[in-house]
Design a protein around this ligand. Sequence first.
Ligand SMILES: [Zn+2]
Ligand SMILES: [Zn+2]
Length: 166
Amino acid sequence: MLLGKVSLADFPKEGMVLSGDVRIAPDILPGDAVSGVRRLHMEARLFKLGDTFHMDGTLEAELELICGRCLEPYAYRDSIGVRHSLQPDGQELGPEAFAYADEAFDVEAMVRELVELSLPMKPLCTEACKGLCPSCGANWNRGACDCRPVPQGPLAEALKKLTKGE
Ligand SMILES: [Zn+2]
Ligand SMILES: [Zn+2]
């Protein structure tokens, strides 16, 4: 089942289960870290208290991100907790709350926001990613290049500043 907009009209007393995939194009996610969306699968229970709905479940996200060091795409998985309330549009929203209008809730918009918030600040293909050579651009994960090793450390930083005339 594909989850997009969910109708909240004639909501069953015992609540309902939302189970299905959400389709989101990678280019509507911010930044350029997401190069692909493989699967977004949500399993959640939805129940109603007054005019507020409560959602409890998980969103399994399988994405393809671009590594911040070597710039190669890599597979990324995250299991995101979905514990939110849905309040009628126009109410002041509490923390962790989303609005619904016209007796329908836009699951897709919520998932987009949850994915956005859960993305790593600095995506890395592996913690040990060696990155790219700053001189020739070779991917050091695939082996060393022939460039001279770049000096690192406080002394090298100070020298760099001197030669740049900063
Ligand atoms: Zn990398
Ligand atoms: Zn190099």
